[in-house]
Design a protein around this ligand. Structure first.
Ligand code: ATP
Ligand code: MG
Length: 731
């Protein structure tokens, strides 16, 4: 026993130890980035199992991503030296899904209910608006989707909502209602519904609630600051008055407010549970002093914080480096060039380097530069395997095999590949479905049993129905262990491989390879996750995993991701890119103080991912949404202590020590003029009608595309196209 104590507690500081070994009771570990919150959670679980003798079966642990859940399990098993079976560890969505699979009957769902991901949900709403003859311009599907999800996240059904006489609101409520009916009919459950439905079942079924309350003696939650209303309600319901909540979080890292997360949950928890013991961890183990000081200075600009100290014993480390790029291409080139250098000359692994950005659209240029530099990379949480077109198409067939009433899947593939079923036939099916309140599949069977359709259309539809029926029979005949064979057969029968091969988008081979990967995924899944209904569990797995896993996990690769996906992770070297007003902070947040604070927290999250090196970059011009913009550097730069920042030299020319070294540079330049386009030379003093006086620091291109870079005394660094610049020389 003593050994196990040592193993679990040895690598912890006193504050962490106190948290890990705390007696039962509500605890809130409130601590800054990199202070070991996740570590404490993992070690506490190990402690509970090994020292307190709690059975893994009685533990419920909630993490923010499936990947974090897998890591948590692995780390616990590494500490304990044996597998932990029976423990419920996963995301809120994953756990809710598990619950609904077990209690589908109580939840009034079909046994084979399907999960709709955000894209499926969007398509379904679009179809609904069309069938109701509503104009998408007036009722944008995204807005309707947001309305539905927001209310579900707050625990509200359409019947709970009151329009207050507002016509638009009233129509939105009707749409919510209509959408929900469509879902019920198709046996489909969207992401928000997973949580809401689970909550309702637990709330309305005292016997089930009692069972789970008895079972879960300890409930542990990581990243508690990003829970939404229904998730918190869920935790409260499950915990009852057992005082068994162990929550860890950091209010400064709450970054999902736009998706319904409520930072108030962490702020109010001690009020909701007055017996809560708040534990603080203040030593950061992740980052160097400079990085930590800069991050602390930035976040200090947010007025509404719980406030905490964070210090490190690590040295000050390297300065934070800032690179001002000429444009977004130059930015990508710079970042990739640095990474190549670190990997080649300094022995860093590619996976030690992360490129973070505010919006997914920014990834493409980095990807292109990385491909050119032949550096393998991984877009974490980007276009993911299960979201790729060919995968979703094939999965739609498999969903029909599993549950023919799945309308979203039905519509996706009824004429894919083209088999002569036109929009008119589909309209007939939709009308029939609306009239009879049944699924499209059942409507197709009904329509085929009458003479409603013209002969050719009817023949085409009949062949489709037969195709799906055959696939279903193939499934019934197959042993469940033969999941990959079923996939193989279904994919062949769909005609999709030939369809992709013929398509002239140059992606045929890649798509076929991905289809092979899908069969592989089925093989792995069948081997690893024995389940009663393998096909249904695989489909659920695909829908839930779509957010995270990338195909080639094993190659050492540069990590690309949005700032949001970087939460909880850490890297030796971090590049935060596109730090410009309008991009970061995002344009939608400027002018709204609460959202601006959330952007600042996002920046804090990004900076605190770095262990040793942190690069901050922005571009002076950027093509976005089809036009060229000249953004201002982000206000976040002004909030960082200047002494911690170092400008990166561009092309061997110093950008540091701007004005003070101006005359020296000019003198030097006069002595050794390096000629640039337009007769300018490095170090030359110039005047611009708008930006005022400055020094030429760099130049590139020729003819009409010639540009020079000038460091202006008041306006800072600018790249200017010579043809338009109207620069005058001073000397
Ligand atoms: P975040 O807020 O970003 O989620 P966190 O508070 O969860 O961070 P961890 O990820 O648990 O922090 O820990 C940060 C890093 O510090 C990890 O690499 C972890 O292994 C290390 N670490 C934490 N505590 C200690 C300790 N007592 N001794 C050595 N290393 C530690
Ligand atoms: Mg953590």
């Amino acid at each position: 026993m003593y050994d196990s104590h040592i193993q679990i507690l040895d690598s912890l500081n006193d504050a962490q130890r106190a948290a890990v070994t705390a007696e039962a009771g509500n605890r809130l570990v409130l601590a800054g980035a990199g202070s070991g919150k996740t570590r404490v959670l993992v070690h506490r679980i190990a402690w509970l199992i090994q020292v307190d003798g709690v059975r893994p079966w009685s533990l419920l642990a909630v993490t923010f991503t499936n990947k974090a859940a897998r890591e948590m399990r692995t780390r616990i098993e590494a500490i304990l030296g044996e597998p932990v079976g029976g423990m419920w560890v996963g995301t809120f969505h994953g756990l809710a899904h598990r619950f609904l699979r077990a209690h589908w009957n109580d939840a009034k769902l079909p046994q084979q209910f399907q999960i709709l991901d955000a894209d499926d949900q969007f398509r379904m709403i679009k179809r609904m608006l069309k069938s109701l003859n509503l104009d998408e311009a007036r009722w944008p599907p995204r807005v309707v989707q947001g309305f539905i999800n927001r209310h579900k996240d707050n625990g509200l059904r359409a019947s709970h909502l009151d329009s207050g006489g507002d016509v638009i609101q009233q129509r939105m409520i009707q749409l919510y209602q209509e959408y929900q009916q469509l879902c019920e009919r198709a046996g489909a459950v969207d992401f928000a519904e997973l949580l809401l439905r689970t909550h309702e079942v637990l709330r309305d079924r005292p016997d089930l609630l009692h069972h789970y309350r008895e079972r879960f003696q300890h409930i542990l939650v990581d990243e508690f600051q990003d829970t939404n209303a229904i998730q918190y309600a869920w935790l409260r319901l499950l915990s009852g008055d057992a005082d068994n909540l162990f929550l860890v979080g950091d209010d400064d890292q709450s970054i999902y407010g736009w998706r319904g997360a409520r930072v108030e949950n962490i702020q109010n928890f001690p009020l909701d549970y007055p017996n809560t013991q708040i534990l603080r961890l203040e030593q950061n183990y992740r980052s160097t002093g400079n990085i930590l000081d800069a991050a602390n200075a930035l976040i200090a600009n947010n007025p509404t914080r719980l406030g905490k100290n964070l210090w490190t014993r690590q040295g000050t480390g390297e300065p934070i480096r800032r690179y001002v790029a000429f444009n977004e291409v130059d930015e990508a080139r710079f970042v990739v060039e640095r990474i190549r250098h670190f990997c080649q000359d300094q022995g860093l692994c590619r996976s030690d380097c992360a490129i973070l950005y505010r919006t997914t659209a920014q990834s493409r240029l980095f990807e292109e530069s990385l491909i050119q530099a032949e550096l393998p990379y991984r877009v974490y949480g980007g276009q993911r395997f299960f979201e790729r077109l060919e995968i979703k198409d094939s999965l739609a067939y498999l969903r029909l095999v599993s549950n023919p009433d799945d309308d979203a899947a039905f519509e996706r593939v009824i004429n894919l590949p083209a088999r002569g079923i036109g929009p008119r036939t589909v309209d007939v099916l939709r009308a029939q479905a609306r009239e009879t309140g049944s699924s499209l599949w059942r409507s197709a069977l009904a329509v085929l049993s009458t003479a409603t359709l013209p002969t050719r259309a009817s023949g085409a539809l009949r062949r489709f129905v037969e195709l799906i029926t055959q696939m279903q029979q193939g499934r019934d005949g197959a042993d469940e262990r033969e999941l990959p064979d079923l996939f193989q057969d279904v994919i062949q029968a769909t005609g999709l491989p030939a369809h992709y091969e013929k398509a002239k988008d140059g992606k045929g081979i890649e798509r076929l390879e991905n289809l092979e990967q899908l069969v592989e995924a089925a093989r792995r899944f069948a081997a690893e996750a024995p389940a009663d209904d393998l096909l249904a569990s695989f489909l659920a797995h695909a829908a839930l995993e779509a957010g995270e896993a990338e195909a080639d996990d094993h190659v050492d690769s540069v990590q690309l991701m949005t700032l949001h996906s970087a939460k909880g992770l850490e890297f030796h070297t971090v590049f935060i890119t596109g730090i410009e007003e309008g991009l970061f902070p995002h344009g939608m947040s400027i002018g709204e103080p609460a959202r601006l604070e959330e952007e600042r927290r996002l920046c804090y999250v990004g900076m605190t991912r770095a262990r040793e090196q942190l690069y901050l970059t922005y571009a002076e011009s950027r093509r976005m949404h089809g036009r060229e913009d000249y953004p201002m550097p982000s206000r976040f730069f002004r909030e960082l202590p200047p002494e911690l920042l170092e400008e990166v030299r561009a092309s061997g020319v110093s950008r540091a020590g701007r004005v003070s070294k101006k005359s020296a540079a000019a003198a030097n330049a006069r002595a050794n003029p390096v000629a640039l386009a337009g007769g300018f030379y490095l170090g030359q003093q110039v005047v611009h009608p708008k930006f005022g006086q400055g020094v030429v620091l760099n130049g590139e291109g020729s003819g009409s595309s010639a540009r020079i870079q000038v460091n202006f005394e008041s306006a800072g660094m600018k790249w200017l196209v010579l043809t338009y610049a109207r620069l005058k020389t001073i000397e």
